[in-house]
Design a protein around this ligand. Structure first.
Ligand code: A2P
Length: 337
């Protein structure tokens, strides 16, 4: 079993390597790939970082990609043509009808539809919502959701983590300005990855705006949820917000079903779902570094018995990216065994 990890120097790529090791993935050889900037350097424990060339991408059983959409678009089909099953963490192929979009606990059977030899890993925000929605939808029939995300800096990769870490001491040093003149506190930092200064702030614009007033990140939440849950008519009202958290995406979900919801039964369904933990007050800080997804604040709507609200939190780098990627690799290996 020869495994390529593409984007091995990035925030998610590093975690893919760790997760393969932690789960005892049966690889004979793991080969790191990254950009031309890194190629030729040593990655401790994994040897020389390889560049992506027509020659280097041939002969793998598996290729796990987390190097951005354009790299995936150009190179995932070449790895597949060279013999690999590709698990791609970018948005490049997620909505391709010949590429399954899979959450390992939710729709593992879809892995058999990998007609291009590529399996897509969902967006890290969508991922967090899928476990509780699947648990409830199987019983009550999900028809509609309003989903408001609180997304960590780490969703933007290492550069997002670095930008927030750099801003915190700079913006935080003048508490008086933070309290009385926020605009001058915000001006102490120069945003680059995020639309506005993120430290001590909340930024309600994430990704690029479409003509309809929604961002691409928000449309991913709609389109990917429909595909993963197999609900093409699901109505979704998404709002994606960046918050000054390093790791751990949270979503406040208001979900409406075809049938009235029994609160006690809903809690039981959520608690029984694999890798989902019911926690009265789930927070990103406590979810960071954990494999499970945490759901709490579960409550019936005050006016609609078919509507349930809850707050769900997951580690965007682990379940939202690296862990699910490795779980999909495990499923792919099991499906050919
Ligand atoms: P590099 O470290 O050489 O730039 P993150 O999302 O944390 O920023 O990580 C992105 C990952 O994708 C890194 O490993 C980065 O490698 C890799 N990468 C970025 N652009 C390319 C490219 N054009 N070809 C291959 N790997 C790339």
């Amino acid at each position: 079993m020869k495994v390529a990890v593409v984007g091995a120097t990035g925030a998610v790529g590093q975690l893919i390597l760790k997760t393969l090791e932690r789960r005892g993935f049966a690889a004979d050889e793991i080969v790191p790939f990254a950009s031309e900037r890194s190629a030729g350097k040593e990655l401790p424990g994994y040897g020389t970082i390889q560049p992506l060339t027509d020659e280097t991408v041939v002969g793998y059983d598996l290729a796990l990609f987390s190097a951005g959409g354009s790299t995936s678009k150009a190179w995932a089909p070449k790895f597949a043509a060279g013999g690999a099953t590709v698990v791609d963490n970018s948005s490049a192929f997620r909505m391709d009808p010949d590429v399954p979009l899979v959450v390992s606990e939710v729709n593992p059977e879809a892995i058999g539809d990998a007609r291009k030899g590529i399996i897509a890993n969902p967006n890290c925000t969508t991922m967090v919502a899928m476990l509780p929605l699947k648990a409830l939808s199987d019983r009550y029939g999900l028809s509609e959701m309003v989903a408001t995300s609180f997304q960590a800096a780490g969703g933007a990769g290492q550069k997002g983590i670095d930008e927030l870490a750099e801003q915190i001491p700079v913006v935080g040093k003048d508490v008086d300005a933070l309290v009385h003149d926020g605009a001058s506190a915000a001006a102490l930092a120069t945003p680059s990855t995020f639309a506005k200064t993120l430290a001590f702030n909340v930024v309600p614009l994430l990704g690029s705006l479409d003509d309809n007033g929604y961002t691409d990140e928000e449309l991913k939440l709609q389109n990917e949820s429909r595909k993963i849950l197999g609900l093409p008519d699901l109505k979704v009202t998404p709002t994606c917000v960046r918050v000054p958290v390093m790791v751990g995406h949270a979503i406040a979900v208001r979900a409406t079903f075809d049938q009235p919801v029994d609160l006690a039964e809903a809690r039981d369904l959520l608690a029984a779902f694999p890798n989902l933990v019911v926690d009265d007050v789930p927070t990103p800080l406590e979810a960071a570094g954990r494999d499970e997804t945490f759901v709490g604040r579960i409550r019936l709507d005050l006016s609609d018995p078919k509507t349930l609200s809850f707050f769900v939190v997951g580690d965007n780098l682990l379940k939202g990216a690296a862990l699910n990627t490795v779980q999909l690799a495990e499923l792919a290996v099991a499906s050919v065994a």
